[in-house]
Design a protein around this ligand. Structure first.
Ligand code: UDP
Length: 259
């Protein structure tokens, strides 16, 4: 029987009460969902990798002065984070057209965008996280104008840093999702980065081959999702180097057999 109180169970994570007030434990599951949870499955070892990748990215972001909820990793699947009040908005940052943007506007996947595009979705599973404008955010008071200035400024800084970090290991950061929270101190709150940053919420393409190294492998039944997540962790220096059947080997193999 679990000693800890479960606060919330989501699609990819479970939140438990933390050891001190104001803290929460994030437990990373192997469960994967797509298309608003219509498609369900598991990716073996995904939780372990996402815990490590998110730790790494949040720590690096902390080093450049981005406030995050991350405190420390506790074990293979758990990390201690600050309890925040989640702003009910998903911030989508895009550098290259893909996914729902391509579908909605008929822009071919892979088209580089002339500048970074920020989109906002209202966090509501029952509604399928609909795309919203900043006017909706103000109208329904989901975040103040000042908070939105902080959120958009942080999102751009995070994108600049992460684009460089991934480019350095041969990966193109196509797009990703961020969530922010309010950290309360008496009557005042400030915005900090929350949730996770992992291949579950990013599109990551190998620069050389274009091979997808993210959850699209699961969404689009491409196979090799375990290897793709491992490849990202390995390139970030979070898994030991080894030979083996990586996604890139698979891509090369496919090209050879096509020729
Ligand atoms: N994303 C996410 N959670 C969501 C919606 C999107 O993590 O609920 C991420 C997704 O992995 C991608 C980016 O945000 O990296 C943009 O997703 P998009 O709007 O293209 O939607 P999708 O094609 O994933 O349905």
């Amino acid at each position: 029987m679990s000693r800890r109180r479960k606060i919330y169970e989501g699609k990819a994570k479970i939140l438990y009460e933390g050891p001190e007030p104001g803290t929460i434990i994030q437990y990373f599951k192997d469960d994967a969902t797509a298309f608003n949870a219509q498609k369900k499955g598991t990716i073996n070892g995904k939780g372990v990798i996402n815990n490590r990748v998110s730790e790494h990215v949040m720590t690096q972001l902390g080093h450049i002065g981005i406030p995050t909820h991350f405190i420390r990793r506790l074990n293979m699947r758990e990390q201690l984070v600050r309890q925040v009040e989640i702003v009910p908005i998903e911030v989508i940052v895009r550098n290259v057209a893909a996914g729902s943007l391509s579908k909605r506007l008929g822009i071919e996947e892979g088209t580089p965008l002339p500048h970074t595009l920020l989109e906002y979705c209202y966090k509501d599973d029952a509604l399928g996280d609909p795309l919203i404008a900043e006017e909706h955010i103000a109208c329904f008071n989901w975040a103040s104008d000042e908070e939105m200035r902080d959120i958009s400024g942080l999102a751009i800084r995070i994108n600049d840093f992460m684009s460089g970090m991934f480019a350095g290991i041969g990966i193109k950061l196509v797009d990703f999702k961020l969530e922010f929270g309010r950290l309360w101190d008496g009557d005042y709150s400030r915005i900090i980065l929350a949730d996770e940053i992992s291949p579950d919420g990013c599109r990551l393409w190998d620069i050389e081959t274009g091979e997808k190294l993210d959850k699209d492998r699961f969404r689009r039944d491409l196979g090799g999702e375990v290897e793709a997540y491992q490849e990202v962790a390995r390139r970030l220096g979070l898994l030991p180097e080894e030979g083996g059947n990586t996604v890139l080997d698979m891509a090369k193999h496919r090209k050879k057999t096509q020729n």
